[in-house]
Design a protein around this ligand. Sequence first.
Ligand SMILES: O=C1O[C@H](COP(=O)(O)O)[C@@H](O)[C@H](O)[C@H]1O
Length: 228
Amino acid sequence: MKQSTFESAEQLNSVFSQRIVELLEQGIAKKGRASILVSGGRTPLGLFKALSETNMDWSKVDISLADERWVSTDDDASNEKLVRNNLLQGYASKASFYSLVADKADAADAIDEVSARVSAMSQPFDVLILGMGEDGHTASLFPCSAQIQQGLDLNTDQQLIAVTPTTAPHQRISFTLKALLSSQNIFLHLTGESKKQVLEQALAGDDEFAMPIRAVLSRADVELMWAA
Ligand SMILES: O=C1O[C@H](COP(=O)(O)O)[C@@H](O)[C@H](O)[C@H]1O
């Protein structure tokens, strides 16, 4: 794994946002449109702001999330709300956003509808930015969830699955490992010492079901973007 480390989150956000924009521009030059899957949670907040302030032809960019919490889009736990308020602003307001939520009480009942929606995105995804939880989950592929076998199954033809974590709140919808691995450029974006320790633990172990981030790292060229 290539590792890029930065003295501060600000420095990381500045370098990383430029890099992402370069990759998106290369995708546009090659295919006419480009796409990016971003993660939610707290880590990407500053990066989203830096991207939104970067001038490029965002009208040719499709954006979606690697995973979403099954909550209303005006709930503070909504990853979509985070993206709308911080990334889809300024220059980046011209991008096309593909929501992972639908008007269904249960995420499992929305998989077909949301899968059809995201199939309209430019694919393969040019850029995937993954986060990681303290339990080693990435996207919403949660260890110990009943759906983890399905999420890590490389023979699946599903891009999205519904997940009910046992260690975190909210039902989720998540891209599967297979769909995530089809991305052209995969980054793992982490900040803070504790996340680095979790990553080291994942790299040292061999149980992908216990630490799903390992399933990505062992199969793809992932670049770590880390700041203290
Ligand atoms: O629940 C989630 O958590 C992870 C990590 O979030 P962070 O707050 O520790 O940055 C995130 O990558 C994922 O998208 C989100 O749904």
